[in-house]
Design a protein around this ligand. Sequence first.
Ligand SMILES: Cc1ncc(COP(=O)(O)O)c(C=O)c1O
Length: 368
Amino acid sequence: MSEPGPGTRVVRAGLPEPKQGEPFLPGPVFAAPFHVTGDPYAAPHAYTRYGNPTWTRYENAVGSLENAEAVLFSSGMAAAAAVLITQARPGSVIAMDSGCYHGVRALAETYIAPNGVELRLAPPAELAGAADGADLLWLESPSNPMLEVYDIAALAARDVTTVVDNTTAGPLLQQPLELGADLVLTSATKQMSGHADLLLGYITTRHTEYAEALRHWRRYAGAIPGPFETWLAHRSLPTLALRLERGCDNAIAIARLLAARDGVEAVRYPGLPSDPGHDVARRQMRGYGAVVSFDLGSEERAERFLAAASLVTDATSFGSVHTSAERRARWGGDAVSAGFIRLSAGCEETADLLADVEQALDEALRKS
Ligand SMILES: Cc1ncc(COP(=O)(O)O)c(C=O)c1O
C-alpha cells in the first residue's frame, strides 16, 4: 500500500498498537511522582515535570506528521520562549519578522534583547537583508494578523538557523521543515485542537540537539503542559483534516464575498489569486487556511459588523470549529487600522455563513 495521506495519518497518529480490551486512545495519566525505586533516570517516568506518558503519545503523534521530534509546552508562547532562550546567547543576532505575532515580538523585545542580544525587527521586504549575519531568523507565514506570506525555502536557504511559526497553517497545510526550516512553532491552541477550549504549543525539529535543549529548558523552567489538555488535543487530532477542509472552504467563500463587496478594503487571504502572497502560497502550501483579514474602514463599521453577525462570534484566537472574528486594534500591539478585522472560518455550513456575513456587512456598511 502507498504511503497514506495526511488526512488518514491524523486519524491514528500516536495511538498504541491495538490490544485486546484496551481503548483506542488511553486516558490521561494524572501523576506528579510515579512509583520509582532506585535510579530515577532509569525509570520510564519518575516525575511529570521530567516527562509524562500522555505528552509522549501526543508528541509522537504530531511529530509523525512532520517526520520530526516534537517537544510539547503549556502554550504556544511557552514554546516560543523555549526556542528564544535556548537559541539566543549574549552577542547573538536575531532577525525577526516585524509583523509576526505580537506576543513573540514583545517577548523578544522585553526579555531577550536586554540580555546582550541584537534584535533586528524587519518588515517583509527587508527580512532577507536583516538575516545576513544573523544567528537566528524568526518568521511567520502566513503571518497573524496581516496574512503576509514569506518564501520559506528562499529564506531558510540562508546561512542562519530558521524558525517558522506555522500556527496559521499547521502541519497539514504547510511543512516548513521540508522547506528547509530548522525549528517550527505550532500553537496547538488553534486548529490542532480546534475547539476553543485549551492552550498548548509545540516545537518540531529534526535536530536532536535542539530538541534535547528544549526538553532540558522545559524541565527546569517548568512550562509544562497539563495531561488533560494534552489528551484533549490528541482526542481532537483525528478530525483535523475534516475541520480544516471545511474551514478552508468557508474561508475562501467568505474572502470572495468580501473582495467583491464595495466598502470592504484590503481583503487578505492567500487563496485569492489577487492576493500578493498567492503565488508563493500556492507553491509552499497544500491549502490556504481558515483565516481571512479585511478592513471595514472605521471602528464603528467594524463593531457594527461584529454586533450584527450571529454565526461569527466576537472573540480572539482562531482555528476553532466556531467561526469567530475580532477588531484587532482593540488589543494594541499590531500595526492595524481601527476597522481591521481578522476572521477565522469555522465548520458551519457555507451557505449559512455566507448569508450571515452578507447581512452583517449590509448592517456595517449602511449609511448612518
Ligand atoms: C501565530 C501565533 N503564534 C503563537 C501564538 C501563541 O500561542 P498561545 O496563545 O497558544 O500561547 C499565537 C496566539 O495567538 C499565534 O497566533
